[in-house]
Design a protein around this ligand. Sequence first.
Ligand code: B12
Ligand code: SF4
Length: 491
Amino acid sequence: MQRCVDALTLEAMTQKILFVAPPTNATKQLTPDLGIGFLASALRDAGFAADFIDVRRDRFSRAAFIERLRREPYLFVGVKVFSTSLPEANEVLNAVREALPQTKIIIGGPHPTYAPEDALKSCPAADVGIIGEGDTAVVALARAFSLGESVTNIEAIAYRRGGMIQVNGRKSFLDLERLPLPAWDLIDPRRYVGHEDLWFFSKGKITAPISVGRGCPFKCTFCSDFIVAGRNVRYRPVEKVMDEIALLVNEYGVDEIHLTDSIFTINKKYVYSFCESLQKRNLKIHWATPYGTRLDTLDAELLRAMDQAGCYGTSVGIEAGSDPMLAFMKKGVTVALVEEKIALIKAHTRWLVQGFFILGYPTETRETMQASIDLACRLPLDMAVFAPFRATPGTEVAAYLAANEPEFTPKWGNQTVEQLVYHPRGIGVEELQQWHRRAYRAFYFRPQVAWRYLMMIRGKKEIRLLATKFKNRIFRRASTEGNAASPPVWA
Ligand code: B12
Ligand code: SF4
């Protein structure tokens, strides 16, 4: 019996899993997909082969994509699905099904995690959805498929059985000590150069994202990260992260690192150890924390340590400019604390600081939106982003809306300012769109800010980025209410 299983296992080793990142109409930002990098690596460690197509990076037309998929057999195809890009994901899923009618299709990423049943209902081509961290489940599925076994006992998945959708819950989270490095060859940072990311100020030529941990203990009502990775913060060993940075610098020519975790500064010991190791190993890179830092975790000593270790900027999730809105969002900070901590950053570092705000949150009024714009302009921020409120499944605010504003039915899909799916009671879509334009104009049309941006122009890249930002954020036109059908996004 053992020999038989070994033979099958050997056969499985010759089989490949293909991951696909669909294009999106939600944003022009495109960076290496760390989640898929980790999954590919877990599969390789278990003896499988893995490949990756990033439809936007690789500029596939539909026909070329189908032709590419038919070139070799796959054990299964894994497609990433954002709630905000469901139509585009379905375009890709349908193309995969057309190309490989007999192959199993797995979906994973934000939407299957936050709304597993809805994800399988909305993506009819998919057979199985992975809930949250997929590192263990992809390997379990690969083993089950290659041995022809049932998937019913695999943890943290949703699957179809007898016309119904079954959901197996998650019982445990991964031990990050044993996590392999992502398969960087598949998400090679050099292939993303020239694409926009959410940090305007990059100093390096080749940037890579790095994730140092998973999980978050905070309870912001708009956030669903805890469903992916839980409330307990787990960190990857610092030395392993350093090995990863060294690999990126030496093998891929990376000269800038962006930490993707907003929990980086929660554990001060970890930050000190990270900064110390970075300096000890003489890893000469620019680095920043553009995906967000919690202001309440920062103090002068920590800021100085990060500054000395080469960190040159951060984003901070401010979200709102009035205490009642911050309390409703359960941000755990007040306007006074925001002002104090941003002054602290500017006093102890030379960092560039980007502030994230949400305009049009449930219960917002014209006064609270004006307060957010006023705060953004009052703070010494170098950049401000005024995002629309995105209704994300699984969040506390989604439950609030279901109970208190039943007239709002969430439509997962692109949720940009042009395609607002939600507007607070008493404020129409067009007015909300005007507030977004007003916010950008108020912030950027100030002489000191405009001058700073002109000073940053070093070449065509900055000119192109500035032109896109101004066109999209300041001069964009109001559109009709609702979530218009996404245009096809194949090349
Ligand atoms: C880095 C990041 C980006 C980067 C890169 C995104 C990417 N391709 O991974 C950029 C800047 C491009 C980006 C853009 C956007 N993002 Co973003 N982003 C993040 C962020 C901060 C970290 C993601 C990350 O790298 N985590 C580390 C890796 C290791 O974990 P992971 O990605 O979760 O992957 C694990 C599992 O999800 C799963 N998994 C992941 N992919 C797949 C695929 C398959 C097939 C399977 C089986 C499993 C699986 O297994 C992985 C390993 O355990 C998260 C917040 C967060 N903390 O998760 C938001 C987040 C994912 N982004 C979000 C949003 C809304 C957006 C934008 C729409 C924003 C915008 N309008 O600009 C766009 C849409 C992009 C798109 N559709 O392609 C939301 C998603 C909400 C939702 N329900 O869809 C999140 C959760 C933030 C939030 N709390 O609201 N983002
Ligand atoms: S927004 Fe950031 S701090 Fe708040 S719960 Fe989500 S990950 Fe944690």
